[in-house]
Design a protein around this ligand. Structure first.
Ligand code: ADP
Length: 190
């Protein structure tokens, strides 16, 4: 199983106090997987860069694997590129079907899908194919209002959002960049 999780990004190394809108208990419960992965429900993590979305997504992914679930962690743009290659080879459906073996596909950083990549809508195909069957965890810098940059046209953006949120837990991590915060704290001293 290819998980490709970034190393060191665990619950233990995550400072939950920096993100008061979530709790460790809540995240550990999600990391059990029951109640959402078996239903194909989704988890969406929103917030500005550096707020810990990728770290948390990786920590949840790792915990889910430890709990026996099959998880793929990928940067959204990497997977989109792969699916575009498959599409050119007339094998998009096959490539998307192969992702069915993962209970959860983690799409990190939706923001970095460029308009250019969006033209072919492979991301929309993936979202539609997994809808109500297999889960997605998406991290994104922009709120839904700016997702028009990610999909080819407004109708497709709406349809994608509709499918994603129908069965979803949405976490808004509106916190200051952790890197910036810790840098400032070092400057100020203990
Ligand atoms: P985002 O995905 O929201 O842009 P990242 O998860 O990439 O943010 O976080 C940026 C860096 O700061 C990473 O090295 C991450 O491990 C660290 N970090 C962010 N938030 C926390 C936190 N609450 N506790 C510990 N490390 C954090």
């Amino acid at each position: 199983v290819e998980a490709r999780l970034p190393t060191g990004k665990t619950f233990d190394s995550f400072d939950f106090e920096a993100v008061p809108m979530i709790s460790k208990a809540q995240m550990t419960a999600l990391a059990a997987g029951d109640g959402w992965l078996n239903k194909g429900a989704n988890l969406l993590l929103f917030g500005p860069p550096g707020g810990g979305k990728s770290h948390l997504a990786a920590a949840i992914g790792l915990a889910l694997i430890e709990n026996g679930w099959r998880v793929l962690f990928t940067r959204t743009t990497d997977l989109v590129q792969k699916l575009q290659v498959a599409r050119r080879e007339l094998n998009l459906e096959g490539a998307i079907n192969r992702l069915d073996r993962f209970d959860l596909v983690i799409l990190d950083d939706l923001a970095y899908v460029t308009k250019d990549q969006a033209e072919t809508s492979v991301l929309f195909e993936l979202i539609s194919a997994r809808y109500e069957r297999r889960s997605l965890l998406i991290t994104a810098n922009q709120p839904f209002g700016e997702w028009n940059k990610v999909f080819p046209d407004p109708a497709m953006t709406l349809a994608a959002i509709d499918r994603l949120v129908h069965h979803a837990t949405i976490v808004e991590m509106n916190v200051e960049s952790y890197r910036r915060r810790t840098a400032l704290e070092r400057k100020r001293g203990p």
